[in-house]
Design a protein around this ligand. Structure first.
Ligand code: MG
Length: 416
């Protein structure tokens, strides 16, 4: 193996996330046992405040059991859209410390901070600044674990909760892992734990020292993998989920255009194309931008093309509007673009129109799905399936115009 610079992985996990948000937003809930997500007859606990945990309530517990343990608990239904918005805010804070952020859940992420030290100091300094920034900006606390690999960082984080900060250096890994109960290891559920226990393996240290051949005969091929993990050898990289800045489409007209029906046709095509690509990649955006390049050149400028000395300069205008919620709905994007066009009230034709969506966030699909998607959204995925099968020219919304706008041939983000 080549010598490499030390790797530092940070695991961040918000403390009792959903319950803490409720307590933050409603001061009368502070200091009380708050239980989120077990309001329906068959619901399970999505989050329990630390006050509720003292009664033995924990997440994934059936609601009836939580009520038995904590009858005085305050049971709230989950407001996932709100939690997802707070999650996006926290994600933005993480991204200030490193682009290498791998979200695991709304309230949990791995960060590779190996490259962050030059800017932020030692790993512990990075962690402290990150904790402080999250608390300042959200009023919530986050626990942080630092280690040379994901496994160690995650366990360090868990053991430090709540509001924890724990660092385990590479040389401390054996002494840190050895005494831990076997259940702390990823992939060891109750059944496997019992098997291991019956072999006399109770801690990670026991597992490391156990005869490999004998272990393999007892639990199969996973034996080697588990022993390697128990030694703290976990080379899995942090897989960043980078949110792009924007999604856009534009076209240059063959003839300069001012007529609204032509503009509408172009913007409809652009809106649909942008929306389709956003949906494919699982993003929504809040800011709609219309770009208009006027047809009449105002002078020339030095060309970047070495074969031409100058090129005409066309004024480029842009207008933006930020929506109250993020969208991937082509109709809403189209309507907003047309409003922007009308408000611009141009008196002269354009040679190019562009549309883009920025201010993007990842769609919190599974969570929001529980509460039903808004009706207007339903056509989108059906259109996507048709476009996927028959190509972008196969369908347009039955709005206006026979004018066909050919999407540019470039490969774009979100295209199949
Ligand atoms: Mg958490």
């Amino acid at each position: 193996m080549p010598v490499s610079t030390p790797r530092w992985i940070l695991h961040a996990d918000m403390d009792a996330f959903y319950a803490s948000i409720e307590q933050r937003d409603r001061p009368e809930l502070r200091g009380k046992p708050v239980i989120v997500g077990a309001t329906a007859a068959r619901g399970v606990v999505a989050a329990a405040s630390y006050e509720a945990r003292r009664y033995g309530v924990h997440s994934a517990m059936p609601g009836f059991r939580a009520r038995e343990l904590c009858p005085q608990g305050i049971f709230l239904s989950a407001n996932m859209a709100h939690y997802a918005a707070v999650s996006a805010q926290i994600h933005d804070v993480f991204l200030r410390f490193t682009p290498e952020v791998e979200p695991l859940a709304l309230d949990e992420a791995f960060l590779d901070i190996s490259g962050s030290m030059r800017l932020f100091g030692r790993p512990i300094d990075v962690a402290q600044q990150l904790k402080q920034a999250v608390t300042e900006e959200t009023g919530l606390t986050v626990s942080v674990g630092l280690g040379p690999c994901k496994l160690v960082a995650k366990i360090a984080c868990t053991l430090g909760k709540p509001d924890g900060l724990r660092q385990v250096g590479p040389e401390q890994v054996p002494e840190f892992l050895d005494p831990l109960p076997i259940r702390r290891l990823w992939g060891v559920g109750p059944v496997l734990a019992q098997r291991l226990d019956s072999l006399g393996i109770k801690t990670l240290g026991d597992l490391v020292r156990f005869d490999e051949g004998r272990l393999e005969r007892a639990i199969g091929r996973r034996a080697g993998e588990l022993q390697t993990l128990a030694r703290g050898i976990d080379p899995r990289p942090v897989e960043a989920d980078r949110i792009p800045k924007s999604y856009g489409e534009e076209n240059t007209f063959e003839q300069d255009v001012l007529a609204r029906d032509l503009v509408s046709a172009a913007l409809t095509a652009h809106a649909e194309a942008v929306a389709r690509r956003l949906r494919r990649d699982g993003y929504r955006g809040r800011t709609v931008t219309l770009k208009m390049k006027l047809a009449r050149a105002r002078g020339t400028r030095v060309s970047r093309d070495p074969h031409a000395e100058t090129e005409p300069q066309y004024p480029l205008l842009s207008r933006s509007r930020t929506l109250s919620t993020a969208t991937d709905d082509g109709r809403l994007i189209r309507a907003t673009l047309l409003e922007l066009w009308d408000d611009a009230a141009l008196k002269e034709p354009v040679r190019l129109l562009g549309a883009s969506l920025s201010n993007l966030e990842a769609r919190a699909e599974e969570q929001l799905e529980l509460f039903g998607r808004p009706r207007e959204d339903r056509l989108g995925p059906a259109l996507d399936a048709i476009v996927e099968r028959f190509g972008a020219g196969a369908i347009t919304r039955a709005v206006d115009s026979p004018h066909k706008i050919t999407p540019s041939g470039r490969r774009k983000r979100g295209d199949p």
